[in-house]
Design a protein around this ligand. Structure first.
Ligand SMILES: NC(=O)c1ccc[n+]([C@@H]2O[C@H](COP(=O)([O-])OP(=O)(O)OC[C@H]3O[C@@H](n4cnc5c(N)ncnc54)[C@H](OP(=O)(O)O)[C@@H]3O)[C@@H](O)[C@H]2O)c1
Length: 238
C-alpha cells in the first residue's frame, strides 16, 4: 500500500536523507521531503516524480517552522505513515578536545539533533494517528550516541545530542506503549559514504537506504523488541 512518508534533512544528493527520498519514490510512495533551503537535486527529482514528491521548507530548530509545515502537510496528505527524523547538525569544533571546544555551541546542536525530532513528532502526531496502519517514527541516531560503547573524547556535541535523541526515543516508546497506532525506533545506520571525507566508509547511502527501508517495515509493528537498533535491525547498546 502506498505510504505517505516524511523525511527531514533531504537536500544533499550524497547524503542519507536524499537517498531515502529516492528509495521511497522508487517504491511508489508519496514522499514529503523537507529542507532548510532550496535543493537543486530535489528540484530535479521533482521533475521526475511530479505527483509523488512534495518538497517543503522546515527548519527543525524552529517550532513555528515545524508547525507551519505540519499545517501545510495536513492540506495535501490524509495521514503520515512514516517519519524519518534524519536531519543533523554539528558544531565546527566537533573533532576537537574539551580544551579547544567552544561549549556555547553544544546547546544549539542538542536543540537541532534531539529537540528538533521531538518538535516534528509533536507537530505531526495528529496526522500519524490518522494512519490506517501503525505509524512508525524512525530517529536516525548513531553509535556516537551510545553511552555504553563510547570510546571517543571528542564529538562532545554530537555524542551528547545523539544520546539525548536516544532518550527522547525511549521516552516516546513508553508514551506509545498502549497505543497500537504508533511505534518508534532509533537507528545506528553505520558509516556511509555521504561526503568526500567519508570515502573509506563501508556503506553506499543509496544501497543502505534500501536496506533500512526494508528493516523499518519489519519493525513497524514490533513494540516489544529493541528500541535502539543497527541498520540490520539488531539491538545496539544504549
Ligand atoms: N554519514 C554517516 O556515516 C553517518 C553515521 C552515523 C549516523 N549518521 C546519521 O545519519 C543521518 C544523515 O547523515 P548524513 O551524513 O547523510 O547527514 P548530512 O549530510 O549532514 O545531512 C543532514 C541534513 O540535515 C539538514 N539540517 C541541518 N540542520 C537542520 C535544521 N535545523 N533543520 C532542518 N534540516 C537541517 C542539513 O541541511 P542543510 O543542507 O540545509 O545544511 C542536511 O541536509 C544523520 O542523522 C547522522 O547523524 C550518519
Amino acid at each position: 500500500m502506498k505510504q505517505h512518508v516524511l523525511i527531514t534533512g533531504t537536500g544533499r544528493e550524497m547524503a542519507l536523507g536524499f537517498n531515502f527520498v529516492l528509495r521511497y519514490l522508487e517504491h511508489g510512495d508519496h514522499v514529503i521531503a523537507t529542507v532548510r533551503k532550496p535543493s537543486e537535486a530535489l528540484a530535479r527529482l521533482q521533475q521526475k516524480y511530479p505527483d509523488s514528491l512534495t518538497v517543503l521548507t522546515m527548519d527543525i530548530a524552529s517550532t513555528e517552522s515545524v508547525n507551519a509545515a505540519a499545517e501545510a502537510v495536513a492540506k495535501i496528505a490524509p495521514c503520515i505513515d512514516l517519519i524519518i527524523n534524519n536531519a543533523v547538525t554539528t558544531s565546527p569544533d566537533t573533532n576537537k578536545e574539551l580544551e579547544d571546544f567552544n561549549l556555547d555551541d553544544v546547546s544549539w546542536v542538542v536543540d537541532v539533533d534531539a529537540v528538533g525530532p521531538l518538535r516534528v513528532i509533536k507537530a505531526f502526531l495528529p496526522l500519524m494517528k490518522k494512519c490506517p496502519d501503525t505509524a512508525l517514527i524512525v530517529n536516525i541516531s548513531s553509535e556516537a550516541g551510545s553511552i555504553g560503547k563510547c570510546y571517543r573524547s571528542t564529538y562532545i556535541d554530537y555524542g551528547m545530542a545523539k544520546a539525548a535523541l536516544n532518550m527522547a526515543t525511549m521516552t516516546m516508546r513508553n508514551k506509545f506503549k498502549d497505543d497500537p497506532k504508533l511505534n518508534i525506533i532509533c537507528v545506528h545506520p553505520g558509516w556511509m559514504r555521504t561526503n568526500e571525507g567519508n570515502a573509506k566508509a563501508p556503506f553506499d547511502p543509496y544501497d543502505h537506504a534500501e536496506t533500512m527501508r526494508l528493516m523499518f517495515e519489519e519493525k513497524r509493528h514490533d513494540k516489544d523488541g529493541p528500541v535502539f537498533v543497527t541498520y540490520a535491525g539488531e539491538q545496539y547498546p544504549w
